[in-house]
Each structure stands twice: as C-alpha cells, then as structure tokens.
Design a protein around this ligand. Structure first.
Ligand SMILES: [Zn+2]
Length: 692
C-alpha cells in the first residue's frame, strides 16, 4: 500500500525537535538583536519610504489534485505539511506618492490570469493605486502545491490534469488579502540592503551546458551557480521590525515527487523559521513577514552535497529524505538571512520607480548588438516550441527519454521535428505550443518589468533564467541604470507570468532540459536583454516606456477542465465525523510523534484558510491553549481516502525537544458533506495525553 507521508519514518521527529530547540535560542538572539540595533533610542533615521507587510493563506485543494511541477500523474495532494502563503509588501515613496507592491507566493508560478484577477479585485477597492505596472508577483517555485491554476493547455491539461476553479480562487483571494493587509499596515520605514554569499545550498544540474559559455565569461565567476543572497530589511522608523524580502537562486524541489503533502518546500520553510523567530502569529492581520523569493534558478538544484538519488533515480541531498533535505536547505537560507539581517546597514534611498511592458516574444527582431551572432546580422525569435529533451526532465525529476537531443544528432528521427530548424536551431520541436489554435498552449505576449528602489534594480522575468542568462541580463540592465546610481541588480524569477526557461545561446546548443524548454529559440535571451535594455533606458531618461501589445486574456480559454468528481462523505454505521479510529497513547516523551486517526469529511469541502484542520492543545489552568496548527512544521495533516464513503484524517505531531511537560490533546476540524444538500462543520478530539 502506498504510504503517502514521511517515507523515512521517525527521524523527522528528531529533526523537527532539534530545529525547534535551536529556534528558541535563535529567536531570543534575534529579538534581542532587533531591540538593540533598531530600538527606539537609536532608530528613526529620516526615511523617504513607508512600508506595509501582509501574509495570507493560498493553500489550494488539499486532496486529489495533481501537484504542479514534476508532471507525475500519480503525485496528487493528500494533505498538508506546510500551508502555502502569499507574502506581500507595499512600498510607498513619500515625497512622490509612488507605490510598488511586491508579492511572493508559495507556488510553482504566477500565471498572468492570476495577476490580472487580483488586480481587478484591487481596482474595485483602491481604484488606480495598484496596477500591472507597479505590482510585481513572483512565485517561489515549490513543486509541492496543487496545480490547475493556469489556463494554458500545457500548464493546465498536461501538467495538472485540468483547471481547478477552487485552486485558482484560493490563490487569487489569498494574494488579494495579503496585499490588502500590507496596504493597511503601511507605516514610515527604512529599507536596509545587504548582500552576501551562501555556500553549499545550491548546485548546477546542467554543468556541461554551462561549460559551453565562453571561457572569458566563465572566468569572471568562481561558481557555475550564483551564490549571492540579496536581502531587503524593512524596519519601521519607530524601530518595529516589519519584514524581509530576499532572493537566492535555488530550485524549490527539495521535496521530490514521492511527496504527497502540500509543502512550501525549502523557500517556504525558511520563511516559517524566520517569521516564528520574530514571534509571528498567523491568525493576526499584522506581524513580521519574511519572504524568500527565487532568482535565476533555471539550472540550479538544491541537492548539494554529492550525487545521491531516490527510488525514482532523482537527485536528492545527502540526507536522502524529503523532509530532512528540505529542512537542510531551508535552514541554510534562513541562517544566512539572519546574518544579513543583523549586518544590513546600507539604507536604500533615491526614490522608487518602475517600468513595465508587454512584449510578443515570438516575434522580436533582435538587433545585432544584442544577438552578437557569428554572422553579425540581426536575428529573430520564433513561435513558442518545446524541445524533445524537455520530456526527459532533469536530475531533479526525470521524465521520459534523455537530454541532449539536437537536430545535429544523426540518431534522431530528425526530419519532422527539425523542420523548424531555421527558426529553432538545434532544438527538435516536439510541441509547437505557439502555433496552436484558437489559443497558443503557452503564453507568447509576456510581461517585462523593472522596479527600482534607490540603488537596487529588481528585474522581474516571466521565466526560469539559467545562472549565466541571469548574469547577462543583470549586466545589461545595471550598465544602463548605473548612471542613476543603481549599484545592485537582482533577478526576480518566476514573475508575473510563466513561459518556460531561458538558457544562453551557447547552452541552448546542447539541448539539455533548460535549452529544450527555452521557448522562443536560441535568440530568446538576447531578445530579453534587448527589450529590458529599452525599459532601463526609459527609466534612466525618466521617459515613459511603450506599454507594448495587449496580452491575451487567458481566462477566455477556460474550457478545458477535468471535472473533479468528489464522493459524498458517507460514514459506516456507528461512526461519526471526528470520531476516533486510532487513539493517542496515554503518554509520550519529547522527540516522539503523536498520531491520531479521525473519521473525516473530504478536506476540499472547506480549505480552512487562516484556520486549521488540526490543533495541538495544552491544559493551562482550566483552559486548553493552542500549541500548534497545520501550518507548523512539526505537524502533518494526512488525508487517506477510502473506496467507499468518508475518509480518514491522520493528525501527526512531532513533539519538539524542550516541549513543556503537561497534558495535551489533538483536535481535528473539518466540514462533511454526507449528502448533496448539507455541509456540516464538525470537530473531533483525542484523549488527553501526557508529554513527560
Ligand atoms: Zn523549474
């Protein structure tokens, strides 16, 4: 029988326990540091900005929906390890009244329809305050979230077995709510900047393709992946910590496709660590927000520490366990962020600005200065097409076939697939998504955006740039903006839409997964550089930028869905919703895992946003107080369907080391649908057990 969770068994409990013990110490140190570094006495430097932060739940269908990322039909959701969140910052430049919104969501990508729908909701409440131009939405790229929230056929039908209205709504409503909170929390604040190296947290998964980049270019860098973490620290002028937003390039694939629990992966886990350390209570509308965003992670795996593989042959970290690998990369990012948070003393100043334009990436005439081609001529991008080697997947999750299938390979059935050779070069096109009618199967009119916060340029790209692609684009933008004092540039990956990968032209020739997933041909990166140069130029001249062609509203194509047939929750005789199937033991010691099974309604009946399917409670006096919820790392909510009728919900709590001794109990809450008419909220409570 398939055991959907915790493939390693008990060791997770120890990891969580040690983590929590460390956390208490770190929290104390952090809070102490915050108090001394930015306490009221020495705080309140003059600030030109106001900043507000907000966080809200975006967790989608908890059961039965295919996870988005690995394209594995068997990997459907079966519960929650950590909830998915949207983390928003609203930044206002006081002297000009200009605003920017920066959102990071725990999901694979941000489809354009998600952003469009959120903006419509914002417009009905705030008028023109938040727009496509000043709102940046990025995804962390976790592969352990439910899919079906894009309307494009490749990302809907092929990656998620169809569109899920419930998921789309969960994501849109959650992002909207996070921005509203950030808006309401706006307060005068200082923005500190820090940058530093983070080692042993990422590794190239396409090192051979990277080697095709010119030696002169590679010799300027010590590594074949970027190791820099770029961090913003927001502190109110009265000394109150508001939040952090940082970027570090690493794929959020520490959880492999053997995982069935919704998880925000290494990025979201790092966020939870930081937020908890600063006392965040997720039930409150305000409090500290720590967003760990992604960057040019196209060819960057989290499986550092040597070559290890799981049962599917996919790369895992040396710890060879989903939870431990995720924790390990999360903690490295978290700890580096803590250090940068303490060190950050450069304040950003010099205004806030943004430029945005839509570009039809399928027909860009790339001028020779950007193409830098052997023949010295202008070049053209072409319609979106998927290369044969994309089917192969990557070391982080293999698919079918193999990488490196090029049009020069005599063993390839060439002919048909390479009929577009003049346009797609070495890429044998297995799926011409851009030529599909009535709508393309992947977007071609894409949003390009630059935000400037003082001396930092944030370059928002709707794709997965490889390491060297990101470096080239940063150089392009920074060299233009340098004259207006921009000293730092960062790639905000997975932003505002999603259209595959961007490999350099040299990497593209090898047709690894990243090259095969570079949609618009070998001049794709050069086209991005050229168009971003235009945006940067407009910004540097204080000129308006052309807004570009109207993008397709992908919501028009919402005809492809897989109807999710959800069974009614029928109980066997003598059973009740919330009734106990497996009871807790009478007593535990810290480090052990409590597990209780309940009769349960289908979790998709109510996604319990900002609430919880579970609660660990402790007796204090004559009251039960809350100790842990389903968003906490030490808990798991596991759904097990039954062939007939109602299913089983398992609540697990890995008792952290140092947990106070006392009397505890486990509560499970849900909503049952025993017939088509009724939706019945229910609750189940375990026996009281002792933690010694
Ligand atoms: Zn990816």
């Amino acid at each position: 029988m398939l055991q959907p969770v915790n493939p390693s068994g008990n060791p997770v409990a120890r990891t969580f326990a040690s983590l929590c013990a460390n956390l208490v110490m770190t929290a104390t140190v952090l809070i102490a540091t915050v108090m001394t570094a930015t306490g009221p006495a020495d705080a309140a430097p003059e600030s030109e900005f106001s900043v507000g932060a907000g966080i809200h739940d975006i967790t989608g269908p908890v059961a039965d929906v295919m996870m988005m990322g690995y394209v594995d039909l068997k990997q459907t959701t079966r519960g929650i390890h950590t909830r998915l969140n949207s983390r928003a910052f609203v930044i206002e430049h006081a002297p000009t009244g200009k605003r920017a919104v920066m959102v990071t969501i725990d999901q694979l990508s941000v489809p354009d329809a998600v952003k469009t729908t959120v903006l419509e909701k914002l417009r009905s409440r705030f008028g023109d305050l938040y727009s496509v131009e000043n709102t940046l939405m990025s995804a962390t790229h976790t592969h352990s979230g439910p899919g079906g929230f894009s309307h494009y056929v490749l990302y809907d039908v092929f990656s998620a077995k169809g569109f899920s209205e419930q998921n789309f709504k969960a994501i849109v409503d959650g992002i909207y709510a996070s921005i509203v909170k950030a808006h309401q929390n706006l307060t005068p604040a200082v923005i500190f900047f820090a940058e530093g190296q983070l080692d042993q947290a990422n590794i190239s998964r396409s090192a051979d393709a990277y080697l095709l980049n010119p030696t002169s270019e590679r010799s300027q860098h010590n590594h074949n992946v970027d190791k820099t973490m770029t961090l913003l620290k927001f502190t109110a002028t009265n000394g109150t910590p508001i939040g952090i937003l940082n970027w570090f390039a690493v794929h959020a694939v520490s959880m492999k496709k053997t995982n069935r629990l919704i998880s925000s992966d290494n990025k979201g886990w790092a966020s939870l660590l930081f937020e908890k350390a600063l006392g965040r209570d997720y039930r409150q509308p305000d409090g500290f927000v720590a967003a760990f965003a992604n960057s040019n992670a196209g060819d960057v795996s989290p499986s550092s520490g040597g070559a290890h593989t799981d049962v599917n042959g996919d790369w895992v970290c040396a710890l060879k366990d989903n939870f431990k690998c995720t924790e390990s990369i999360a903690r490295k990012q978290y700890q580096r962020a803590v250090e940068l948070y303490r060190q950050a003393n450069e304040t950003l100043s010099g205004g806030l600005d943004f430029r945005h334009k839509f570009v039809d990436m399928s027909q860009v005439l790339v001028r020779s200065e950007f193409a830098n081609s052997p023949d010295g001529l202008d070049q053209r991008t072409c319609f979106a097409g998927i290369g044969l080697s994309m089917l192969a997947g990557t070391k982080d999750g293999w698919g079918i076939g193999r990488e490196k299938q090029t049009c020069s390979d005599p063993s390839l059935l060439g002919g048909v697939l390479c009929s577009f050779r003049s346009c797609h070069g070495e890429k044998p096109v297995v799926l011409a998504t851009g030529l599909k009618t009535p709508y393309p199967w992947t977007p071609q009119i894409l949003p390009l955006q630059i935000m400037r916060l003082g001396s930092l340029a944030i370059i928002a790209v709707p794709a997965e740039f490889t390491t060297m692609s990101g470096r080239r684009l940063r150089n392009t933008v920074q060299s233009i903006l340098a004259k207006m004092g921009v000293r730092h540039a960062v790639i905000a990956g997975y932003s505002n839409s999603y259209a595959g990968y961007v490999a350099t032209r040299e990497e593209y020739q090898m047709q690894n997964y990243e090259g095969a997933s570079t949609h618009f041909g070998e001049w794709t990166l050069a086209a991005y550089q050229q168009e971003f140069a235009g945006l940067a130029q407009a910004m540097s001249e204080q000129a308006d930028s052309d807004s570009g062609p109207n993008p397709l509203d992908s919501r028009e194509m919402r005809e492809i869905r897989t109807p999710l047939i959800q069974k009614l929750d029928r109980l066997p005789r003598n059973a009740s919703f919330g009734g106990i199937l497996t009871q807790a033991k009478p007593a535990y010691v810290a480090g052990e895992t409590v597990a209780v099974d309940f009769w349960a309604g289908h979790p998709n009946n109510d996604l319990m946003h900002q609430r919880s399917y579970l609660e660990v409670q402790k007796v204090e006096g004559n009251q039960w107080i809350s100790v842990a919820m389903d968003w906490d790392i030490e808990t798991q909510f596991i759904w097990t369907p039954r062939t007939l009728g109602a299913g089983k919900a398992t609540v697990q709590w890995s008792i952290p080391l140092g947990q106070a001794p006392g009397n505890y109990r486990i509560v499970h809450r849900g909503v049952a649908r025993p017939n088509l008419r009724d939706r019945i909220p229910y609750q189940g409570v375990s026996r009281t057990f002792q933690v010694r």
